[in-house]
Ligand binder design. Sequence first.
Ligand code: CDP
Ligand code: CDP
Length: 230
Amino acid sequence: YPHRINIAIDGPAGAGKSTVARLVASTLRYVYVDTGAMYRAVTYVAIARGIRPNDEEGLASLATGLDISLLPGEEGQIVLADGDDVTGQIRTREVTASVSLVSANAGVRSRMSELQRLMAAAKGVVMDGRDIGTHVLPDAELKVFLTASPRERATRRFLELGDKPGVTLDQLEEEIALRDRMDSERDIAPLRQAPDALLIDSTGRSIAEIVDEIVSLGLAAAQTVGAREN
Ligand code: CDP
Ligand code: CDP
């Protein structure tokens, strides 16, 4: 694949962004960047240090000095916060319950966006999140806004929880709806489809279908950019 581009994938929780983005990246031999994992890592560190999710100054000063990095691992991405492996700690319900509040903080957002732009500077990145096409990488050569119906998104998450989910499907759907609302209504870089993003609804569609579609779009975009530059 001659020309390397950046691909931005945004959308609400459970739309399939991380699953799809990881597979698109491995097909194209690009680097996958899970920005949600970065916000989760900040949230985990804040909780561990006793900083409340509504402590604006505390969060901002924590984020300014914090280094979050992502490393490829055998079972997905390894997340480091100031060098400590926090991968196993960032998907708990406690972190999930606070992450949208922490992510609304201006200092947290500006630090994470700065790190994310550095990660994408060399091109060849598939980055998923909420504000990638709108704020982090407004010049990404391909932007996708991935959605699915709220019920289907909740069901997907429910199925991930296995035999002892510890929560009902209805509860999960409510939690996801609350998080989507907070992510969409915050002042800074809210969840929104970029005007030049392609909307893909994955309701009732398989992972492979969506991956194929995005890989084709990516190759076409790479070719267009390559042709323009030659
Ligand atoms: O995987 P899931 O959909 O549960 O969420 P995630 O992608 O891990 O993101 C967790 C939370 O981080 C989101 O609900 C947002 O509050 C925040 N986030 C954000 O604000 N901006 C991003 N680019 C990515 C995530
Ligand atoms: O990252 P995001 O929150 O958008 O979603 P995800 O964690 O990638 O996907 C949530 C779940 O939906 C995963 O268990 C996927 O395997 C599943 N999924 C699916 O069943 N069909 C799709 N077309 C996409 C994802």
